[in-house]
Design a protein around this ligand. Sequence first.
Ligand SMILES: Cc1cc2nc3c(=O)[nH]c(=O)nc-3n(C[C@H](O)[C@H](O)[C@H](O)COP(=O)(O)OP(=O)(O)OC[C@H]3O[C@@H](n4cnc5c(N)ncnc54)[C@H](O)[C@@H]3O)c2cc1C
Length: 436
Amino acid sequence: MQRAGTGTGPPPGTAALDVLVLGGGPAGRALAAACAGHGLRTGLADPAPQRPWRATYCAWPEELPADLPGSAVAARPRARAVLPGGADRDLGAYAVLDTAGLRRHLDSRLGGVTVIAGRADAGDVRRHGDRYRVTLRPAGAAGAAGGRATAGTAGAGRAARHGDTTVVFAALVVDATGAPSRLRPAAGPAAEQTAYGVVVTEEAARPVVAPGEAVFMDWRSPAAEPAPGWSDWPTFLYAVPYGDGTVLLEETSLARRPGLPLAELQDRLVARLAGLGVPVPDDAPVERVRFPVDSPRAAAHPVAFGAATPLVHPATGFSVAPALQLAPAVAAVLARHLPADPGAAASAARALLWSPSARTVHRLRRHGLQTVLDLPARLVPGFFDAFFAGRSGRAFLTGRDDVPGTLAGMAGVFRAAPAPIKRRMLRSAVRFHPIR
Ligand SMILES: Cc1cc2nc3c(=O)[nH]c(=O)nc-3n(C[C@H](O)[C@H](O)[C@H](O)COP(=O)(O)OP(=O)(O)OC[C@H]3O[C@@H](n4cnc5c(N)ncnc54)[C@H](O)[C@@H]3O)c2cc1C
């Protein structure tokens, strides 16, 4: 391989970037900002870099970076779980992020980053000597917002336009295109988390959630009798406050292959809220959720980050807090090797993200997910009853490289599970799922 600056560099007039981050979600923005903070010539490409985020992001507070400003957090409720029989479990501190505040915080750090409107798919990222040549295309076939990939903010001269596309040369490319990664075509149907939610006032939500609390999972049935056409797949209610007098109430299917259809989740939510006496205005804002929770770990090149790598916890779907927390450390190891040695930079980033203990925890979590997917639907609520009865469940939910904590969490579930679920768990353990 040639060293940087010898031979097959970018064509004249297209100065290279040290790192190009593909995807301007929370993970990509946090990493791009941290890379620029280390003095790396950094690009951030997204089909719609200015599009606001709409999702409600929540997290376990211990996974958030210590320096996250208060403006990025909307509420810090206590979370509880409601078991199928109606009993309660206290799950401890929880955090509801302020999506717009988080975005403002991350954007305020992008000053030194070249932001480019354009998307790259699998064939658009190519090795070019010792660096990458990335073709960025307009957002939509018909060309959203004028249909051109455009370079904006600082350092616009680092990208070269060719008709409708922008060509960028970078020593290293980071795939932060979310889950599923746009650079790695999915092999077969994914296990998906799906949910349908409405936003109502705290007052209206009072039968479900009290001020200062969140309901992480309410496993009681959405209706006394399932409506015709509903599958037997169990779903739960998720309720989180936004800290502004409103609350999100969301009917959620944790993981199913394929995901439970949103229309059925909407029906179940309507039935559940009617049964609980929660009024929902016709114009209540709506949240729709669908994303895979079992994406395979990415190959070494290009480096993947955020939901693309995947940092996604298969049992909760969470990845935002770990991405925010890991971004500075990943940027630091990239800066140690770039631009001189992109190969070493990629290996160091991968080693940091996927240490042996992080890989072990990932396998254990994925095994846990497969165990739930293999359970007959009627046993799933009982499994979560045991999950929250086992006192170390929180360690399973957090701590992405905490092998003892994860194992203790899984053992706690086993101890608390009734015999039929224990038998299923043992059967699942015997054929430990060989998951990447
Ligand atoms: C409604 C909803 C609610 C969620 N709630 C939570 C939660 O409470 N807590 C939590 O941790 N997680 C949550 N998740 C899951 C997950 O953490 C989020 O999807 C999160 O946004 C992942 O962050 P990311 O930056 O890795 O990817 P994304 O946020 O998905 O960002 C990927 C970016 O890549 C861009 N992109 C797409 N294709 C290309 C391409 N070809 N080239 C370049 N760029 C491209 C996209 O425009 C996007 O901006 C939720 C997901 C959804 C959908």
